[in-house]
Design a protein around this ligand. Structure first.
Ligand code: IPE
Ligand code: IPE
Ligand code: MG
Ligand code: MG
Length: 364
């Protein structure tokens, strides 16, 4: 693969189709008349960019591995991501009516069904990760066949369970959502708060000799909070996707290869959430399939609110350029690792590079 003949849009289409075929088979294993299964299908198959699962498959390919080994992890990650969106849209959280171009799960079904569909997607993701060989599709009344053609060995699967549950859980996405929910109370509790236009700073202590240094430190406290929030809420699952792809094909968790991939993923993870914040200000809801303007309405702490739109865009450009820079180190490190269980010669970082660039250009 060289730069000339790599076509990202074809690549995304091809990988999305493979993923969706597997997700569909996972759902078909259950009685389609059940309301729970219908709600799971409604949200899981509503579309979506499938960025995280595609990253997992691209990461497997970036090191020269067979991407099919990463499909169980890719499916599990997309199921966890979809559960997080269903819960994120609930009235108790962001209270959104539109997701992936259709009414949110709780609008199409009921709040209780949406909560349970999310729970079921999360739980079943770990069933898939723990025993992908036992996810069987009935092909006739007497024979069943495994949905996944290839799957990692048991020790690797356990590693995947650990990586993905860490990223999704108490010190990962769930805590990020918690920080997001508490963001405005956190800001209000600070001694200074930005006025509505976010340019001028108002003070609760009228005559403060140290106003400049205090306002600087307040800004930096907010920025630290926001970076941590985004890292946990969005970054951790994106990092886990890239790591899971490489681990699925046999890359060690403590290897140099993993360090490079993690650096790449940390940067695109933050860039992805910064662009999500930007699109919430100036995106087109008909293209995005979800509401815009809701962050400001809900008084959310976001990059545009803190830095302004232009600086947020520059920040995203810098993060993506740093991500691409780390990928340049990969070929050399792969050459030094002759003991890897796959043919490194086949590696290609072009999909990961193109996905990083796509994050800046995306309109949805
Ligand atoms: C939306 O994620 C929620 C965030 C973490 C920013 P995506 O933008 O990947 O949503 P889908 O999967 O394409 O619908
Ligand atoms: C959603 O974040 C993040 C997760 C579901 C983990 P947001 O609330 O910022 O994203 P959208 O705008 O609803 O997709
Ligand atoms: Mg939210
Ligand atoms: Mg939301």
């Amino acid at each position: 693969m060289n730069n000339q003949n790599f076509n990202l849009s074809n690549y995304l289409k091809e990988k999305r189709a493979i993923l969706e075929e597997h997700l569909n088979k996972i759902l078909i294993c259950f009685d389609q008349n059940r309301e729970l299964v219908q709600a799971m299908r409604y949200s899981l198959m509503a579309g979506g960019k499938r960025l995280r699962p595609i990253l997992a498959m691209a990461s497997a390919e970036a090191v020269g591995g067979d991407f099919r080994l990463a499909i169980p992890a890719a499916c599990a990650i997309e199921m966890i991501h979809t559960y997080s969106l269903i819960h994120d849209d609930l009235p108790a959280m962001d209270n959104d009516d539109l997701r992936r171009g259709v009414p949110t799960c709780h609008k199409a079904f009921s709040e209780a069904t949406a909560i349970l569909a999310g729970d079921a997607l999360l739980t079943h993701a770990f069933k898939i990760l723990s025993k992908p060989d036992k996810i069987l599709l009935s092909v006739s009344s007497i024979s069943q066949q495994p949905i996944f053609e290839l799957f990692p060995d048991k020790a690797t699967l356990l590693e995947l369970v650990s990586i993905i549950s860490d990223a999704a859980g108490i010190d990962g996405m769930v805590e990020g959502q918690m920080m997001d929910m508490m963001g405005s109370s956190f800001v209000n509790a600070l001694p200074y708060s930005y006025s509505d236009d976010s340019q001028s700073i108002t003070t609760s202590e009228s005559d403060n000799l140290f106003s400049d240094s205090i306002s600087d430190s307040v800004s930096s406290v907010k920025m630290d909070y926001l970076k941590r929030l985004h890292h946990l809420k969005t970054g951790r699952m994106i990092i886990a996707s890239v790591q899971a792809g490489a681990v699925s094909v046999g890359v060690g968790v403590d290897s140099k290869i993993m360090k490079i991939l993690t650096q790449y993923a940390e940067n695109i993870g933050l860039a992805f959430q910064v662009t999500d914040d930007i699109l919430n200000v100036e995106g087109d809801p008909t293209i995005m399939g979800k509401a815009v303007g809701s962050d400001e309405l809900n008084n959310k702490l976001t990059f545009p609110a803190l830095l302004g739109l232009d600086e947020s865009k520059q920040f995203a450009v810098q993060l993506v350029s740093d991500a691409i820079e780390s990928l340049k180190l990969l070929p050399n490190v792969l050459q030094q690792n002759t003991a890897l269980p796959f043919n490194c010669e086949l590696h290609s970082v072009l999909p990961l590079k193109a996905i990083a660039e796509y994050i800046l250009k995306r309109k949805k």
